[in-house]
Design a protein around this ligand. Structure first.
Ligand code: ZN
Length: 201
C-alpha cells in the first residue's frame, strides 16, 4: 500500500568528511538493532528534530524493519504540554490544509465515520486534515474491497462518498483529537482547545 507524503522520511545523513578519516564517523544506517517483531538485526532507527510553527520544537522518531516491514513512528514535543482535546470543524476545502500533529497516544474521533485509537499499531506523525481523511478513506476502502458481508460493503461505500464530499468542502465534518500526553494538536485559530485529565500510567 502506498503511503501518503506525511510519512516520516529520515533526513539524509551527512556525508563523511573524506579528508579527515575519524574514528567517530558513524555508518549512515545503524543495522545492529534487533527487530521486536521478526528478531532480525535489521531495524533502522531515525530521529529528527523539527520546528513546527505555532506548536514548537518536536522530535520525530521512527523504527523500520526492511525484513518484515514493521514500522513504528512517533512524535514528542520538546516542551512538556498539557493533556488536551482539540475540536475542529471542517467547513471548506481550505480547512484540509490545516496542520495536524498526532502522537501515537492520540485518539482521533471523526463522528459518524470512525475513530483512530491508540495501540501497538498506532503511529505518530505530522500531517494535515486531508492526510487524516486520506488515511481513514484508505482503511474504509480496504473494508469495501475485503468485506464478506454485503451490508458492510454498502456501509463502506457510503462512508467513502461522505469522505469525498467532506474533502470537496461540500459537507461539514467535526474532527476531535484527544491526547493525554499533550503531544498532539490541530494548529488553527478555528480549533477549540480544552484541557483533559492527565494520563494515568
Ligand atoms: Zn522485522
Amino acid at each position: 500500500m502506498a503511503d501518503i507524503s506525511e510519512t516520516i522520511v529520515p533526513e539524509p545523513s551527512e556525508p563523511p568528511v573524506s579528508s579527515k578519516p575519524s574514528l567517530s564517523s558513524k555508518p549512515p544506517v545503524s543495522s545492529e538493532h534487533p527487530c521486536p517483531i521478526c528478531g532480525q538485526k535489521s531495524l533502522q532507527l531515525t530521529e529528527a528534530e523539527r520546528d513546527i510553527p505555532f506548536f514548537g520544537k518536536a522530535f520525530l522518531f521512527s523504527m523500520t524493519c526492511p525484513s518484515c516491514k514493521f514500522h513504528k513512528s512517533d512524535i514528542e514535543c520538546a516542551e512538556q504540554k498539557e493533556p488536551s482535546r482539540f475540536t475542529f470543524e471542517i467547513t471548506s476545502e481550505e480547512d484540509l490544509k490545516v496542520r495536524v500533529v498526532k502522537s501515537a497516544e492520540a485518539t482521533v474521533k471523526i463522528p459518524y465515520i470512525t475513530d483512530i485509537t491508540p495501540g501497538s499499531a498506532s503511529q505518530g506523525y505530522v500531517t494535515n486534515i486531508e492526510g487524516i481523511l486520506q488515511r481513514v478513506k484508505r482503511e474504509i476502502e480496504s473494508v469495501r474491497d475485503t468485506a464478506e458481508d454485503d451490508e458492510d460493503r454498502t456501509k463502506a461505500k457510503n462512508l467513502i462518498k461522505k469522505l469525498i464530499n467532506i474533502m470537496w468542502g461540500k459537507q461539514k465534518q467535526k474532527i476531535i483529537i484527544e491526547d493525554p500526553t499533550g503531544n498532539s494538536a490541530i494548529i488553527s485559530d478555528k480549533a477549540v482547545v480544552e484541557r483533559m485529565k492527565a494520563a494515568v500510567k
